[in-house]
Design a protein around this ligand. Structure first.
Ligand code: NAP
Length: 544
């Protein structure tokens, strides 16, 4: 039977009042509230709150600066404060393992307010104080704000052997692979005892969202991002809304977008909303993986060799699309011919093992396959929004501005059926792409010359916050041209506005984005994507 994993919130300030923050946290879904007395810095307000009748259990924490907290005062005073507030029975008291290990005197003082005997395996709930059990549960915690060390297992085992009810371990994650390593240790330990294990920083988000899947005691979220007590904490709204905390269980399938950076990605909004609408038990997360093949291969190796993580599909974005193709090729995985021709993979899919596969295949590299949905999405966008017909476009001229990742997909999609010329700021890069994909290259300074049927902007010019920029002088736009701007934030760029003013057919990058996402959805879930839901989820998060 799977354990219940509590959603905990953190209070780090006394303004607004602790009572109103507590009410708001509970309304937003928190089941436990941590009072960070070191950050609140108003012990009497905490005392008043603890003295009131209540039903929500608290975690009482007075964290010293040596473990990432804000307590810089006298250590003996800190222990006395824990003792004094602990007598008001918050429910749970968090003490650093290093503090606990320091002296018998400290252990005795903490022991006055905490029941530090090994936990009853049946008793997995937070300690709501009972008359016959007038002590708090003890969390012993270990924090590493520098790294996720190589000897993670030894640290987990060391804390596991402690007399705490709940062992808490938190490490800064360099990238998503570090967070997966923490989940690995959480999964091992959660079978035996109550444990909180999480990765801090942007890359640690997956460890916080999947805490319930792997049996953690709790996961933290905050009311608003300015109230976080550790780097990378999501808000309660993100946890319960975007990532559907309440639906995550041991069966939840895992999807995500691999890139660097990925915090800005709108993929989580679109794919999580689609899975929710469709009743799919899955979650889609940002997965920051540092640039370079080595870091990408380390991540993919970890995912492939640990099938219990339940990854079923990945979106691949900048700078890893070519790394994904290389990794799949090196591991003899199937890659769609169209993706090979494009020279980039933006979609990775875990395939069902066929009856002929040996038993190891489910957990091996060859369970994975690659595709590219960007290229067909360009044609989809031109067809649906501008009536373009690829089959009737032979001899038509297409000017592509840019030679990066998106330009690669655009050129691969159109070079077979039209006369494509690439204009890139760095000519040599454009010329190299043109050679590889069989089209022409022109100088950036000449991009306004000629009268092509289609202009496609694949540069980042015009993207938020640089919204006043445009890659093309307005007087170079001609009535009847199709102008596709792959920039989708904002959805209506200066280029598109000027294109409409000059009688062109303007196509937003949103159409391409939604089409590539819908194609990914079909590949992963083997069913039609809920297109309207995806559009509704995307538009509000890019209209800034
Ligand atoms: P990328 O690989 O970094 O390529 C960026 C391109 O923009 C390069 O060709 C670069 O030229 C050019 N560029 C950048 N700044 C420029 C400037 N000031 N003047 C002229 N050219 C400039 O990026 P990408 O992944 O291809 O993404 C490009 C754009 O596509 C992004 O802005 C994003 O909004 C959009 N996008 C759309 C979708 C979609 O589905 N609609 C998906 C992903 C991205 P150099 O080679 O000279 O550096």
């Amino acid at each position: 039977m799977s354990k219940h994993t509590y959603l905990a919130s953190v209070i780090t300030t006394s303004r607004p009042s602790l009572e109103s923050q507590l009410d708001a946290a509970v309304r937003a879904g928190a089941e436990i509230v941590e009072l960070r007395v070191d950050a609140i810095s108003d012990a009497s307000a905490v005392e008043n709150l603890l003295a009131q009748p209540r039903r929500t259990p608290f975690i009482l924490t007075v964290r010293p600066s040596s473990e990432g907290g804000q307590w810089d005062g006298d250590e003996a005073e800190r222990i006395s404060l824990i003792e004094k507030l602990g007598l008001l029975l918050p429910g749970i008291v968090d003490v650093e393992h290093a503090t606990w290990s320091r002296s018998a005197n400290i252990r005795q003082k903490i022991g006055l307010v905490c029941d530090s005997s090994p936990p009853d395996p049946q008793d997995i709930g937070p300690a709501v104080p009972q008359p016959d059990r007038p002590k708090n549960k003890l969390i012993l915690s270990h924090h590493d704000f520098k790294e996720t060390p190589a000897d993670l297992r030894r640290i987990f085992e060391g804390l596991s052997a402690s007399p705490a009810h709940i062992a808490k371990l938190a490490f800064v994650a360099r990238d998503a692979t570090d967070a997966l390593r923490v989940l690995h240790e959480l999964r091992r330990l959660a079978d035996r005892r109550d444990v909180i294990a999480l990765s801090m920083g942007e890359a640690g988000l997956i460890s916080r969202v999947l805490a319930g899947k792997f049996g953690a005691y709790l996961s933290f979220a905050v009311l608003s991002s300015d109230q976080s007590s550790a780097p990378g904490q999501p808000t309660l709204d993100e946890m319960t809304g975007l990532f559907r905390w309440d639906s995550i269980n041991t069966q939840t399938r895992v999807f995500g977008v691999v890139g660097w950076p990925v915090a800005h990605s709108r993929g989580p909004h679109v794919h999580n909303a689609a899975m929710a609408a469709d009743g799919v038990n899955g979650v889609y997360l940002p997965l920051p993986v540092a640039p370079g093949y080595e870091a990408f291969a380390r991540f993919m190796d970890y995912v492939a060799l640990n099938p219990w993580l339940d990854f079923d599909g990945l979106s691949i974005t900048l700078p890893h699309k070519q790394n994904a193709l290389q990794w799949l090729t090196e591991h003899d995985c199937h890659v769609e011919e169209s993706a090979r021709k494009t020279g980039a993979v933006n979609t990775v899919i875990r395939r069902e093992p066929s009856p002929n596969d040996d038993a190891l295949v489910a957990g091996s590299y060859r369970s994975w396959q690659g595709d590219n949905t960007d290229a067909p999405a360009v044609v989809d966008a031109l067809e649906t929004a501008a009536g373009f017909r690829a089959a009737e476009s032979r001899g038509r001229s297409v000017h592509v501005l840019g030679a990066g990742g998106v330009a690669r997909a655009v050129v691969a999609a159109l070079a077979q059926c039209a006369e494509v010329t690439i204009f890139n700021r760095t000519f040599d890069r454009g010329a190299a792409l043109a050679r590889e994909l069989g089209c022409r290259a022109g100088r950036w300074a000449d991009r306004a010359a000629g009268n092509p049927h289609i202009f496609i902007n694949c540069t980042s010019l015009g993207m938020w916050p640089d919204i006043d920029s445009t890659p093309m002088p307005a007087d170079a736009l001609r009535t009847g041209q199709i102008v596709l701007d792959t920039v989708y934030n904002p959805p209506d760029t200066r280029l598109l506005r000027e294109a409409r003013q000059h009688g062109c057919v303007a196509v937003s990058g949103i159409e391409m984005f939604l089409s590539q996402a819908a194609r990914q959805y079909r590949l992963w879930h083997r069913r039609e994507a809920p297109a309207a839901t995806m559009r509704d989820a995307l538009c509000p998060v890019i209209s800034r």
